[in-house]
Design a protein around this ligand. Structure first.
Ligand SMILES: [Zn+2]
Length: 305
């Protein structure tokens, strides 16, 4: 079984008409899995709130308090030109981070083989003390820190194939050698980081605009797979953004659903060899609704196969 974790409040976080990071994103993914043949292999869960204690493993305490304090009771406020809070945003962000806590616990207890968190707001741009790029709390980092601190795992890999560099996750774990961060991203492109980090546990994979399936697969095979085998992770997380898809309106890479299935299978082989198959995935970007639903389904199916 695979855990599919979400919460209705994640649909109520809304950054305004026409914003790409829209509630329909998680709705189309849920519909796609419910209409697929893998439905019988999924267990649906409602995400709990992450606690302050769980958040401050990866964020500054003052930053967490600030987000609680500025959350509006009505109306909408801006944290950066792309990142807005409405009255539901704080609860959605707490549930999104809490989904990762639940996912880690379910996988560690072997109640499920793997988990997918169908949540928003996304997280990988959120730094220790900064919200940006549609992100408030770094969901994947909250999950990784829980696996390290609560479950005492010693080596965890993060595969971030979102088209944007996972600057927040890098900011949080760059000095923590228990974590190997593999982030692929279009370069040069928002947030214009990721190519000058010298820490050995940061394996950035910048890709030029126009990158297609073959180049992506060749680079992952050359740069990431040997490093992951060498690292021997005890658990593997995906920051699963699907905005490197050829149909995505925000970026200029040319990946297809099959590429998401491919990388998931490759990573699953490594998880089975070293990590008792333990995988936790969480949604990051992906803004063409049709491509997003198909790509997420391909990724989830590949985690199950
Ligand atoms: Zn993205």
């Amino acid at each position: 079984m695979l855990a599919f974790i979400s919460h209705p409040v994640c649909l109520l976080h809304d950054m305004g008409e026409g914003h790409s990071e829209q509630p329909a994103r998680i709705k189309v993914i849920e519909e796609a899995v419910k209409n697929s043949r893998i439905i019988s292999e999924l267990e649906f869960y409602e995400a709990p709130f992450a606690t302050r204690k769980e958040l401050i493993r990866v964020h500054d305490k003052n930053y967490v308090e600030e987000i609680f304090q500025i959350a509006p009771e009505k109306g909408i406020i801006s944290l950066d030109p792309d990142t807005w809070m409405n009255p539901y945003t704080l609860n959605a962000a707490l549930r999104a981070a809490g989904a990762l806590i639940m996912a880690v616990d379910l996988v560690m207890k072997k109640e499920v083989r793997a988990a997918f968190c169908n949540v928003r707001p996304p997280g990988h741009h959120a730094e220790k003390n900064r919200a940006m790029g549609f992100c408030f709390f770094n969901n994947v980092a909250v999950g990784v820190a829980h696996a390290l601190e609560h479950h005492h795992l010693k080596r965890i890999a993060i595969i971030d194939f979102d088209v944007h560099h996972g600057n927040g996750t890098e900011n949080i774990f760059q000095e923590d050698e228990r974590v190997l961060l593999c982030s692929s991203f279009q370069h040069p492109f928002y947030p214009y980081s990721g190519t000058d980090n010298k820490h050995p546990n940061i394996l950035s994979l910048p890709l030029p605009a126009g990158t297609n399936s073959k180049l992506f697969r060749d680079k992952v095979t050359e740069k990431w797979l040997p490093a992951l085998k060498n690292f021997k992770p005890e658990m593997i997380f995906f920051s699963a953004g699907f905005d490197a898809h050829a149909s995505d309106p925000l970026a200029n890479l040319f990946l297809l659903e099959e590429d998401y299935a491919w990388i998931t299978r490759e990573i699953k082989n490594i998880a089975e060899e070293f990590a008792e198959g333990r995988m936790v995935s969480t949604l990051e970007g992906g803004y063409n609704l049709d491509a997003l639903a198909k790509s997420a389904l391909a990724h989830i199916e590949a985690m199950l196969k």
